[in-house]
Every structure is written in structure tokens, then in C-alpha cells.
Design a protein around this ligand. Structure first.
Ligand SMILES: Nc1ncnc2c1ncn2[C@@H]1O[C@H](COP(=O)(O)OP(=O)(O)OP(=O)(O)O)[C@@H](O)[C@H]1O
Length: 280
């Protein structure tokens, strides 16, 4: 298990030292995603302080951490949405920030804080996403239809996305992210606002996608869901990886939630300091 506590660095390293690749005899499989020394500051705030993470190809990888841990910042840098101050992102071996076009071609991303072309209808948005990926028009039409049906959006496919509920918006964004059958799906809080039946349908799609050779990285605050759904997990806090490995390795025989609380801390007892809330 790759489990460790990392002392925060005051500033990013000047030059990233990447270990030399192993020789042909020791050639390891190329991971779906490899983050090395990833760093991002916003003014004086170090949001991500030198994250290293290896996501094996074919894994269902959970990323968990408390509010403000740096999950969204990490995933944004890992998917080409936010330029790192330092560090390297490799997607199936492609250096994402050296060749963003090649890297992004392999990725499907459901970002946090969705900014969609919401004056399009659901069908238009998913179609647009497919055409933008250079797909054949007939294939886009059939996949868009199938995805919207699978996500229970068929009846509202001609409605403007701006008029969708939060959960419907999440689902249509998911469809737009997956239509080109990427090798790596990166989903930031995909189940937030999504009803239980649709969430279960999305999980079933993702399980089959992983079964068919795809890789999923998903951030979530729902430990029970991550424990059941993912085979790997990384716990991040304060811009650092505290523990990473298979879910069984990280939780070590306990629930993931108990392990998470032990690693991250911060649990308070009841109304401690808020006794004024007692009404009788
Ligand atoms: N654009 C920004 N400008 C300034 N600070 C930022 C910006 N984006 C993120 N941060 C800060 O970086 C830190 C990490 O934020 P991030 O959104 O990555 O956390 P998170 O783990 O995704 O949190 P949550 O679980 O609450 O969504 C936070 O302290 C946040 O305030």
C-alpha cells in the first residue's frame, strides 16, 4: 500500500525530478493516469502541494478528502482544465501538458461547477459534444439517443438545459462526457443531486465501462459508496495524499469512513460549543 503522510512544502520544487523509466525487463504496465509532483497555489494558498498518484489502467478509482482538500484542483490539472504550477500529468503515457490535444482526446471529464452551453437542448448538447470529438454524425445520433434513454432523459431531450434540474444537468453532462467512449473517465462528484435510480444506472454504466477496459476516477464525499463501488482509493487532505492503494489496503479491515476520519481528523462531539442550540 502506498500510504504516507507528507510534510507540506513552502513552495513548489524548482525542477521536477522524475525517476528514470525502468528497463525493458522490468517494464510495468502504463497507468491510465500518473501524477508526479503536481502543485498549484492560489496566491498564498497552496491548494495542491506536490501530489503523486498512480491510477492503474482498468481501475475504478475513488478520490476522497474533506472540503477544501484539493480534489477538484487536482482533477482539473489532471484533465487539462487548470495549468499546474509544477509537476507532470501523464494520461496513458501521454504528457498532457506537453501535448494537451493528444491527452484530452483520451479523457472524458465531468467537471465540478458545470459550465455548459445551456441554451442548447439536452439532445443538442450531447450531439455537440460528440461532433466536437470528431465523431461520425450517424454514430453521434445513435449514441446520443442511447445515452439519453439510459439516463432517463429521453422525455426532456428537447428541453433547454438551462431549464433542467440540478440532477438532470449532471446527467446530461455525464452523457456529453462519455459519448466518445474515452479510455479514462474523470468524474468530479457525479452523483451529487442525482436521484437514486439514475445514480444506480450511472454506476451500472460505469461498472460495464470498467469491465470493458475503461478507467474511472471519481471524487465523492460518500465513503460507503466509494467503498462499494471503487477498487482503489486515495485519501487527500490539505493538498497532499495521505493514503492510496486498493480500497481493502487503505481501509485495513475497517470501514473506509472510519479510516478516513482517523487519517483526516476533525470529528467533533455533538453540539460541543453550540449548546445554545438546546431548546429545552
Ligand atoms: N480559483 C481559486 N482561487 C482561490 N482559491 C482556490 C481556488 N480554487 C480552489 N481554491 C482553494 O484551494 C483549496 C482546494 O480547493 P478544491 O476546490 O480543490 O477542494 P476540494 O477538495 O475539491 O473541496 P470540496 O470537497 O469542498 O469540493 C481550497 O482552500 C480552496 O479555497
Amino acid at each position: 500500500m502506498e500510504a504516507r503522510r507528507v510534510a507540506p512544502h513552502p513552495e513548489p520544487p524548482v525542477a521536477l525530478t522524475v525517476p528514470p523509466p525502468p528497463g525493458p525487463a522490468a517494464a510495468a504496465p502504463v497507468p491510465a493516469l500518473a501524477l508526479r509532483g503536481l502543485w498549484k497555489s492560489f496566491g498564498p494558498k497552496v491548494a495542491v502541494g506536490g501530489i503523486d498518484l498512480t491510477v492503474p489502467a482498468g481501475s475504478f478509482y475513488g478520490l476522497v478528502g474533506p472540503n477544501g482538500a484539493g480534489k477538484t484542483t487536482t482533477l482539473s490539472m489532471a484533465t487539462g482544465l487548470l495549468r499546474p504550477d509544477a509537476g507532470e500529468v501523464r494520461v496513458h503515457g501521454v504528457d498532457l501538458w506537453a501535448d494537451p490535444t493528444a491527452g484530452k482526446r483520451i479523457i472524458g471529464v465531468l467537471p465540478d461547477g458545470l459550465r455548459l452551453f445551456d441554451r442548447l437542448t439536452g439532445l443538442q448538447l450531447v450531439t455537440y459534444a460528440g461532433l466536437l470529438r470528431g465523431m461520425d454524425r450517424d454514430m453521434v445520433a445513435s449514441r446520443a439517443r442511447e445515452l439519453l434513454a439510459a439516463l432517463d432523459l429521453e422525455a426532456s431531450q428537447d428541453q433547454l438545459v438551462v431549464d433542467y434540474s440540478a440532477g438532470m444537468t449532471k446527467k446530461v453532462a455525464f452523457a456529453a462526457a462519455i459519448i466518445h467512449a474515452p479510455r479514462l473517465m474523470v468524474l468530479d462528484e457525479p452523483f451529487e443531486s442525482v436521484d437514486p435510480v439514475s445514480a444506480s444506472n450511472i454506476r451500472a454504466i460505469l461498472r460495464e465501462y470498467v469491465g470493458g477496459g475503461g478507467t474511472v476516477i471519481v471524487s465523492s464525499h460518500v465513503m460507503d459508496l466509494v467503498q462499494r463501488m471503487c477498487d482503489h482509493v486515495a485519501v487527500v487532505a490539505d493538498g497532499h495524499v495521505l493514503a492510496a492503494g486498493t480500497v481493502d489496503e487503505v481501509r485495513g479491515g475497517r470501514t473506509l469512513e472510519d479510516t478516513f476520519v482517523d487519517l483526516v481528523g476533525g470529528r467533533r462531539t455533538g453540539m460541543q460549543g453550540l449548546e445554545w442550540l438546546r431548546t429545552c
